[in-house]
Design a protein around this ligand. Sequence first.
Ligand SMILES: [Zn+2]
Length: 274
Amino acid sequence: MRRVWISLSGLTAGIALALLAGCQTVRTTEPGVVGVDRQQRMLISREEMDRGSAEAYQKIIQDAQKKGALNRNAAHVERVRRIVARLTPVTAAFRADAPRWRWEVNVLTSDEINAWCMAGGKVAVYTGLIDKLKITDDELAAVMGHEIAHALREHSREQASREAGQNMIISLGSALLGAPEVGQQVAQLATDVLFNRPHSRDDETEADRIGVELAARAGYDPRAAVSLWQKMGAQGGATPPQWLSTHPSPQTRTRDLQDYAQRVLPLYQAAVKR
Ligand SMILES: [Zn+2]
């Protein structure tokens, strides 16, 4: 994918310093019961990332519509939206603003076993995930909880920031540039990070832990995360889904999920009693 970057080489030292000053250390989420508590360094602003992601998402949805691959099965769409609608209110346990995000949920027809949630709550589920795994509601909630957790933690923004820093690029949206291409660049970056830059293992572990807590709080059995990832692993075969290959090793992941599913079990039991 072609990326449009602005080289730092032409900029003066003064401007470079101004850009560096824009780098902030943030804590995107509350630790929750699972205790995810890592500070993150951000170079790209949340507004820019959200705007870029919304633009990229809109394009993906439009393309799917043109190909007749958008929300073709009403039962799938209803099911996925119902599950996400139960998960979004409980995101408040990790960040107060998230329930009010402009959530969008769509189902794309594709054999790929995949699902994702872009910055700001833009969700897509592929039919391959639903059909090939014969997925249960609890398992679907596990996937959604995991993907939503990536968005809550703003892992894509963090990764994009890292990349921006490494490439001595910058400054998206800065008043120094203020060019109209900036929005386009962030949209490009959001797409690139989503499809071409897998999350790190640490990010995956964070998403797993927050994911089980979200599922439990929404009244879905958090232990389903274990069977879900085992089903995924069994589907791997000769060509595992690209994104799966970067996730933690199956043994490590299973142990961690079992452990954290137990920790949040009381939340699940309280939620189903209500
Ligand atoms: Zn993940």
